[in-house]
Design a protein around this ligand. Structure first.
Ligand code: FES
Ligand code: FES
Length: 162
Protein backbone atom coordinates (compact mmCIF):
# COMPACT_ATOMS: atom_id res chain seq x y z
CA UNK A 1 0.00 0.00 0.00
CA UNK A 2 1.16 3.55 -0.63
CA UNK A 3 -0.78 6.38 0.99
CA UNK A 4 -4.47 6.17 1.85
CA UNK A 5 -5.95 6.93 -1.57
CA UNK A 6 -3.82 4.71 -3.78
CA UNK A 7 -2.56 1.18 -3.66
CA UNK A 8 0.39 -0.42 -5.39
CA UNK A 9 -0.20 -3.95 -6.53
CA UNK A 10 2.17 -6.51 -7.88
CA UNK A 11 0.45 -9.17 -9.91
CA UNK A 12 1.18 -11.77 -12.54
CA UNK A 13 -1.36 -11.03 -15.24
CA UNK A 14 -1.59 -13.51 -18.12
CA UNK A 15 1.98 -14.68 -17.37
CA UNK A 16 3.32 -11.10 -17.27
CA UNK A 17 4.61 -9.62 -14.00
CA UNK A 18 3.55 -6.06 -13.40
CA UNK A 19 3.39 -3.43 -10.71
CA UNK A 20 0.72 -0.73 -10.86
CA UNK A 21 -0.44 2.03 -8.57
CA UNK A 22 -4.17 2.62 -8.78
CA UNK A 23 -6.83 4.40 -6.70
CA UNK A 24 -7.53 2.17 -3.69
CA UNK A 25 -11.21 1.90 -4.60
CA UNK A 26 -10.47 0.46 -8.08
CA UNK A 27 -12.48 -2.65 -8.78
CA UNK A 28 -10.63 -5.57 -10.31
CA UNK A 29 -12.87 -5.36 -13.40
CA UNK A 30 -11.95 -1.68 -13.80
CA UNK A 31 -8.28 -2.46 -13.34
CA UNK A 32 -8.38 -5.08 -16.09
CA UNK A 33 -10.45 -3.12 -18.58
CA UNK A 34 -9.50 0.50 -17.94
CA UNK A 35 -5.90 0.19 -16.77
CA UNK A 36 -4.72 -2.93 -18.60
CA UNK A 37 -7.06 -2.62 -21.63
CA UNK A 38 -8.10 -6.26 -21.34
CA UNK A 39 -11.63 -5.67 -22.54
CA UNK A 40 -12.44 -9.35 -22.94
CA UNK A 41 -13.51 -9.20 -19.30
CA UNK A 42 -17.06 -7.88 -19.62
CA UNK A 43 -19.02 -5.83 -17.13
CA UNK A 44 -22.70 -6.74 -17.06
CA UNK A 45 -24.65 -6.61 -13.81
CA UNK A 46 -21.71 -5.34 -11.71
CA UNK A 47 -23.38 -6.99 -8.73
CA UNK A 48 -21.77 -10.45 -8.84
CA UNK A 49 -24.79 -12.09 -10.46
CA UNK A 50 -24.17 -12.57 -14.21
CA UNK A 51 -20.59 -13.89 -14.34
CA UNK A 52 -19.60 -11.92 -17.46
CA UNK A 53 -16.63 -10.49 -15.56
CA UNK A 54 -15.22 -13.85 -14.45
CA UNK A 55 -11.43 -14.23 -14.37
CA UNK A 56 -9.12 -16.79 -12.78
CA UNK A 57 -7.39 -15.86 -9.55
CA UNK A 58 -4.69 -18.40 -8.74
CA UNK A 59 -6.65 -20.73 -11.03
CA UNK A 60 -10.05 -20.27 -9.40
CA UNK A 61 -12.93 -18.41 -11.07
CA UNK A 62 -13.82 -15.12 -9.36
CA UNK A 63 -16.15 -12.28 -10.30
CA UNK A 64 -13.93 -9.29 -10.93
CA UNK A 65 -16.76 -6.77 -10.43
CA UNK A 66 -17.01 -7.88 -6.84
CA UNK A 67 -13.38 -7.47 -5.78
CA UNK A 68 -10.93 -4.65 -5.38
CA UNK A 69 -7.79 -4.68 -7.47
CA UNK A 70 -5.88 -4.43 -4.17
CA UNK A 71 -7.09 -7.94 -3.30
CA UNK A 72 -5.03 -9.52 -6.09
CA UNK A 73 -1.70 -8.21 -4.82
CA UNK A 74 0.88 -11.01 -5.01
CA UNK A 75 -1.42 -13.33 -6.93
CA UNK A 76 -1.76 -14.75 -10.42
CA UNK A 77 -4.57 -13.60 -12.68
CA UNK A 78 -5.74 -15.04 -15.97
CA UNK A 79 -8.29 -13.36 -18.22
CA UNK A 80 -9.95 -14.76 -21.31
CA UNK A 81 -7.11 -13.26 -23.37
CA UNK A 82 -4.55 -15.14 -21.29
CA UNK A 83 -6.07 -18.55 -22.04
CA UNK A 84 -4.59 -18.46 -25.53
CA UNK A 85 -1.26 -20.14 -26.17
CA UNK A 86 0.44 -17.70 -28.52
CA UNK A 87 -1.84 -17.56 -31.55
CA UNK A 88 -3.61 -20.78 -30.62
CA UNK A 89 -7.02 -20.75 -29.04
CA UNK A 90 -7.55 -22.62 -25.78
CA UNK A 91 -9.59 -25.82 -26.43
CA UNK A 92 -12.56 -24.23 -24.66
CA UNK A 93 -12.37 -21.18 -26.92
CA UNK A 94 -12.11 -23.40 -29.98
CA UNK A 95 -15.03 -25.56 -28.87
CA UNK A 96 -17.27 -22.53 -28.24
CA UNK A 97 -16.44 -21.43 -31.77
CA UNK A 98 -17.05 -24.88 -33.30
CA UNK A 99 -20.25 -25.62 -31.40
CA UNK A 100 -21.77 -22.13 -31.63
CA UNK A 101 -21.69 -21.79 -27.85
CA UNK A 102 -22.42 -18.08 -28.19
CA UNK A 103 -24.83 -15.71 -29.85
CA UNK A 104 -24.36 -12.06 -28.85
CA UNK A 105 -21.17 -13.10 -27.03
CA UNK A 106 -21.57 -10.81 -24.05
CA UNK A 107 -21.55 -13.65 -21.53
CA UNK A 108 -18.99 -15.72 -23.42
CA UNK A 109 -15.71 -14.66 -21.79
CA UNK A 110 -17.10 -15.54 -18.38
CA UNK A 111 -18.36 -18.93 -19.54
CA UNK A 112 -15.07 -19.69 -21.30
CA UNK A 113 -12.96 -18.79 -18.27
CA UNK A 114 -15.21 -20.74 -15.86
CA UNK A 115 -15.25 -23.75 -18.18
CA UNK A 116 -11.47 -23.74 -18.52
CA UNK A 117 -11.20 -23.86 -14.72
CA UNK A 118 -13.66 -26.76 -14.58
CA UNK A 119 -11.65 -28.80 -17.10
CA UNK A 120 -8.48 -28.24 -15.05
CA UNK A 121 -10.28 -29.93 -12.16
CA UNK A 122 -12.23 -32.59 -14.04
CA UNK A 123 -11.18 -34.15 -17.34
CA UNK A 124 -14.61 -35.41 -18.29
CA UNK A 125 -17.35 -33.66 -16.34
CA UNK A 126 -20.94 -34.88 -16.55
CA UNK A 127 -23.70 -32.57 -17.76
CA UNK A 128 -24.94 -31.97 -14.17
CA UNK A 129 -21.36 -31.18 -13.11
CA UNK A 130 -21.02 -28.68 -15.96
CA UNK A 131 -24.39 -27.13 -15.10
CA UNK A 132 -23.45 -26.92 -11.44
CA UNK A 133 -20.06 -25.36 -12.16
CA UNK A 134 -21.54 -22.77 -14.53
CA UNK A 135 -24.44 -21.87 -12.24
CA UNK A 136 -22.86 -18.49 -11.55
CA UNK A 137 -22.85 -17.52 -15.23
CA UNK A 138 -25.97 -16.24 -16.96
CA UNK A 139 -26.69 -16.26 -20.69
CA UNK A 140 -29.81 -14.63 -22.06
CA UNK A 141 -29.36 -15.84 -25.66
CA UNK A 142 -28.37 -19.47 -26.09
CA UNK A 143 -30.64 -21.51 -23.85
CA UNK A 144 -27.42 -23.08 -22.48
CA UNK A 145 -27.56 -26.27 -24.59
CA UNK A 146 -24.83 -25.15 -26.98
CA UNK A 147 -22.71 -23.97 -24.07
CA UNK A 148 -22.89 -27.40 -22.43
CA UNK A 149 -22.04 -29.06 -25.76
CA UNK A 150 -19.08 -26.72 -26.16
CA UNK A 151 -17.69 -27.72 -22.77
CA UNK A 152 -18.15 -31.40 -23.62
CA UNK A 153 -16.30 -30.93 -26.92
CA UNK A 154 -13.50 -29.06 -25.15
CA UNK A 155 -13.20 -31.94 -22.67
CA UNK A 156 -12.89 -34.39 -25.57
CA UNK A 157 -10.28 -32.21 -27.28
CA UNK A 158 -8.22 -31.92 -24.11
CA UNK A 159 -8.33 -35.65 -23.48
CA UNK A 160 -7.16 -36.34 -27.02
CA UNK A 161 -4.27 -33.91 -26.54
CA UNK A 162 -3.12 -35.61 -23.32
S1 FES B 1 -20.50 -8.00 -14.06
FE1 FES B 1 -19.63 -9.21 -12.52
S2 FES B 1 -21.03 -10.77 -12.14
FE2 FES B 1 -22.04 -9.47 -13.59
S1 FES C 1 -24.62 -15.24 -25.92
FE1 FES C 1 -25.76 -13.44 -25.47
S2 FES C 1 -25.84 -13.42 -23.30
FE2 FES C 1 -24.94 -15.30 -23.78
Amino acid sequence: MSGSDTVTIEVTLNDRSLEETVPARTLLSEFLRDHEHLTGTHRGCETAKCGACTVLLDGDPVKSCNMLAAQVDGKELTTVEGLMDGDELHPVQEAFWNEHGMQCGFCTPGFVVSSAALLEEKEDPTIPEIQDHLAGNICRCTGYTKIIESVQEAADMQQEER
